[in-house]
Design a binder for this molecule. Structure first.
Ligand code: ADP
Length: 922
């Protein structure tokens, strides 16, 4: 800058302030021109200016009488001096002042001679420029003129301030604001938001034609035309167009225009809204809505409602409307429960809503309804949309029709259930050996599987069918004439009639001919699966019928065998018993004769042989008798204290006549409680065998020793031994080893069976170890005291009026070791229950009068346990009974029932006894 130019101390701050006012290079404004005219008039000068001092220039905001220029370099500006001070700067004759005599405006045209200027100073003290007056003659202002000049300057400043405040306001707005001079077709002012977006400074904007900024309005006349349109219709105040930035890029803009027209000016205020973001957002929304509309899953947006109320539908997509068969108008604005129905599980949906309100996502499957009232299975997944404050405002729900997969699942489940039912029915059928029970199971099965009522029809002959309840052919029953049944008889498959409300299928009998027809009637039509099940049941029944027939046959044969066995046992028992008498006589007399001195040695030897043979025969008779008693459950033990050492010495003494026997015992006496004669029988058998099966005459060893809880007796020989594989079965009835038979050694094969039975009845054990050709060793363990109560001590009473029970139940129990007593009359039973000699009574209630049953269970002095034996059909009251046995009776259940009844009776007797002692108690 020229050295002569004075610069204020706060120059930078001053310039900043100047720019803030945004006055430089702005168009002429009538208001300021009016003020300069006023100043010139008041001061009587031809020239007046409002100047602004820029860094290097002074620029005229308004000028009067100085039209040819709008600015001048700062170094020639008188005003540059004016702003250095607060006072009015007045030079009465410029030519006479050395500072200005050379100034071009003084030396040359317009040859100025007078200058007076007032600094335009902001409230914060920055001098922006001046209001000055100038003349071509020397001059001096009067005091009044000075005062007026200052007042006008104040007015100018006031406007400047107002303008600055306004600008700050406008610049703070995010909306783009434009001040347009319509006559000049220029933008006079653009606020900061606008300048920033366009990338131009205010000066640049002011210099550019409108078309450069808003090209769409650039065509000649186009701008005016739009303005005219706006003017014609004040409501049409917005126009949309594109704006061009400095860098050439464009953006969509919406302008709301307000026209301000005065006498000599036409101004438009435009509020611009950059639509870039809005357009992008709209595009995105358009895209999203298109996607949602195109989605194949139904989508609903629902506004969350206060508790207990269902949400209001805000939006649904096309797929949803298709699913529901409704229109948009019918749905939107309604509540979501408009699609609920009686099958809808509202609790599930309430749970979904609660989750949404808590801000969680939720899933559910439920039944929903269409507009026409039909329903389907829907799976929904719902997601919350939040409003401010993190409250759930909306729920977005995607709904899918899952009917297909659900019904598939349901069908599968149904089939599964049906299969399970079918299996259990089949099990029932196969275990029904009683003809009545079988039919009952079949008809119950039909009802369970199909819901229909079934009846079984027996075929007596051609066109002669009767309804039956138990596989029998009711003799006098009237034949039913039913073409459908006749057809079914001829058909391999189940036949259906009456809109599938009736079905019939034949059941083949044992001989392969049609024996029965299963006839099913149902209120609801039978479905394919029902028919299938009926067909299957028919096949099952055919098998079960055959089973039942076979079982019946088997049972009757078994009865015959058992009866025969009984006769045999009786005979053997009788023979064995009758044998013993004469044999004892023979032995006795042979012994007496052998003592007689008149016989020689040879005769005595013969007598000994007679005696020992007779003794063996007697032993055999004893064994046979024992066996028969065992079979009849009449083998009872008579326990008493005994010394096994003594017993064994006695046994071996008898045998030592024929064989060397090494006897050893680790004690002089070994006492146990046992049945002496039975144990003697055991040991005689073992020692006898040891001798018999060592035909080489090898010595036999017998030893006794104390063992834990009892005594162990070992009988050992060095004879033929036993084949390993045959050892386990030797203790069975009539079992003999192959080598013994091959060697021609005689025997019956029940000695060891008896030995085992007797030892076990004592609670002991018997075992063998042996090597073929190398001798055998038998170990017997006899407990010190026999097991307290043996099963064989159980005495069971069986009521069997028709004598049938004897065949199976009695026999089975006997085989298990029970003593079974059969009574055939009610009276006998009622009498027996008061006796102490039985442990339990088994009563076939189906064969008893109801009264008798009641009397039985109510028996005041009942001393035995009662087992109720009944078929499926009998009412299953357990009252008074100690256990129940289902017919047909299975072997495994029989013993369990008897034992549990005895246990139950014993327990209840214990409970009852204190009560019975106090007669007052109920
Ligand atoms: P029995 O001797 O009358 O045939 P047992 O029941 O006493 O009947 O014995 C069954 C079978 O066990 C005998 O037939 C025999 O084969 C075999 N046996 C028993 N004791 C011996 C033994 N000490 N040595 C070899 N075999 C034996």
């Amino acid at each position: 800058m020229h050295p002569a130019v004075p610069v204020p101390a706060n120059e930078d701050q001053r310039l900043a302030a100047l720019y803030e006012y945004q006055l430089l290079d702005t168009p002429v404004e009538e208001l300021f021109d009016a003020l300069t005219r006023l100043a010139a008039n008041v001061c009587g000068t031809p020239i007046s200016l409002i100047t602004l001092i820029d860094r290097d220039r002074q620029w005229f905001k308004s000028s009067v009488g100085f039209d040819h220029i709008t600015e001048a370099p700062r170094e020639v500006a008188f005003c540059a001096h004016t702003i250095m001070d607060d006072a009015i700067f007045e030079v009465e004759d410029l030519r006479a002042d050395a500072r200005f005599a050379e100034n071009p405006f003084v030396a040359n045209d317009p040859k100025l001679r007078f200058y007076a200027g007032v600094p335009l100073r902001t409230p914060r003290g920055e001098a922006l420029g001046t209001l000055c007056v100038m003349g071509r003659e020397p001059h001096a202002l009067t005091g009044e003129q000075r005062t007026s000049l200052r007042a006008i300057a104040d007015a100018v400043l006031e406007h400047f301030e107002q303008r600055r405040a306004m600008l700050r306001l406008l610049d703070s707005s995010q909306t783009e604001l434009y001040h347009v001079d319509l006559l000049a077709e220029r933008i006079v002012f653009a606020n900061e938001a606008a300048r920033k977006n366009l990338g131009y400074s205010l000066g640049e904007i002011a210099r550019l034609p409108i078309a450069a900024l808003l090209p769409a309005l650039g065509d000649p006349g186009r701008f005016k035309q739009r303005i005219a349109e706006l003017r014609a219709d004040p409501k049409q105040s917005t126009l949309r167009t594109t704006a061009t930035r400095r860098d050439g890029t464009t953006y969509p803009i919406e302008l709301r225009v307000e026209l301000i027209e005065t006498r000599n000016s036409q101004i438009a205020l435009a509020f611009g809204l950059d639509l870039t973001q809005a357009t992008a957002a709209k595009e995105r929304i358009d895209l999203l809505s298109a996607a949602i509309e195109a989605a194949s899953d139904a989508i609903i947006i629902a506004e969350s409602a206060p508790a207990q109320e269902s949400s209001r539908i805000v939006y649904v997509n096309e797929a949803f409307l298709r699913q529901k068969g409704a229109t948009f108008a019918e749905v939107v604005g309604q509540r979501t429960d408009m699609f609920f129905g009686p099958k809808t599980d509202r609790r599930k949906l309430a749970a979904v809503r609660d989750k949404l309100i808590r801000g969680e996502t939720a899933r559910a499957e439920f039944i929903t309804y269409r507009k026409d009232g039909s329903h389907y299975y829907a799976e929904i997944s719902a997601r919350p949309l939040f409003s401010e404050g993190n409250l759930t405002k909306y729920g977005v729900i995607v709904q899918r029709d899952v009917t297909d997969s659900v019904t598939r699942g349901l069908t599968l489940e149904l089939q599964n259930e049906r299969l399970t039912a079918l299996t259990s029915i089949a099990r029932g059928l196969f275990s029904s050996l009683d003809p009545g029970e079988l039919v009952e199971s079949l008809l119950a099965g039909v009802r369970e599987l199909t819901g229909g009522a079934g009846r079984l029809i027996a075929v007596r002959g051609p066109n002669d069918c009767v309804v039956t309840e138990d596989l029998s052919m009711p003799e006098g029953a009237p034949a039913i004439a039913d073409g459908f049944i006749d057809d079914a008889l001829q058909s391999e498959f189940a036949l259906v009639r009456d809109d599938a409300r009736r079905a019939a299928v034949r059941i083949l009998g044992a001989s392969g001919t049609s024996a029965y027809v299963l006839d099913v009637s149902s209120e609801d039509p039978l479905v394919t699966a029902d028919i299938f099940a009926i067909g299957l049941l028919a096949q099952y029944v055919a098998v079960a019928v055959r089973n039942a027939a076979l079982y019946g046959e088997l049972a009757s044969r078994r009865t015959a065998v058992i009866e025969l066995n009984q006769v045999k046992n009786d005979l053997i028992a009788m023979l064995a018993h009758d044998f013993k008498g004469p044999l004892t006589t023979i032995v006795g007399f042979a012994d007496v004769l052998a003592e007689d001195e008149q016989f020689d040695e040879e005769s005595k030897q013969f007598l000994n042989m007679i005696s020992s043979s007779a003794m063996r025969l007697a032993g055999l008779a004893t064994d046979t008798l024992t066996l028969s008693r065992l079979e009849q459950n009449e083998l009872t033990m008579r326990y008493a204290g005994l010394d096994l050492v003594l017993l064994m010495r006695d046994v071996t003494r008898v045998f030592s006549v024929t064989r060397t026997i090494d006897f050893r015992s680790d004690a002089d006496e070994l006492h146990v409680t046992g049945d002496e004669s039975r144990l003697r029988q055991v040991f005689e058998n073992l020692v006898g065998n040891a001798i018999k099966y060592s035909p080489g005459g090898e010595a036999v060893e017998v030893s006794l020793r104390r063992a834990a809880g009892g005594v162990e007796i070992v009988v050992r020989d060095r004879g033929i031994g036993i084949p390993r594989a045959e050892m386990p079965k030797l203790f069975g009835r009539f079992a003999r080893a192959s080598n013994a038979r091959e060697l021609g050694i005689g025997g019956t094969g029940f000695g060891l069976y008896l030995a085992r039975t007797i030892v076990e009845l004592h609670g002991g054990r018997i075992a063998v170890e042996s090597r073929l050709g190398n001798g055998s060793t038998f170990h017997v363990f006899v407990p010190t005291t026999p097991a307290k109560q043996r099963l064989t001590n159980r005495r069971v009473l069986l009521l069997d009026p028709e004598g049938e029970g004897r065949s199976f139940v009695a026999h089975t129990l006997r085989e298990e070791g029970y003593a079974v007593f059969v009574v055939t009359a009610e009276r006998e039973l009622l009498f027996a229950i008061g006796e102490a000699q039985y442990d339990a009574a088994i009563v076939d209630v189906d064969k008893l009068e109801e009264r008798a049953v009641e009397a039985l269970v109510a028996g005041v002095n009942r001393r035995l346990a009662l087992v109720r034996m009944a078929g499926k059909r009998s009412a299953s009251t357990r009252g008074g009974w100690d256990a129940t046995l289902r017919k047909p009776v299975l072997i495994k259940d029989l013993q369990a029932a008897v034992e549990s009844a005895i246990g139950h009776h014993a327990a209840s007797a214990e409970v009852a006894s204190p009560a019975s002692s106090s007669p007052g108690s109920a």
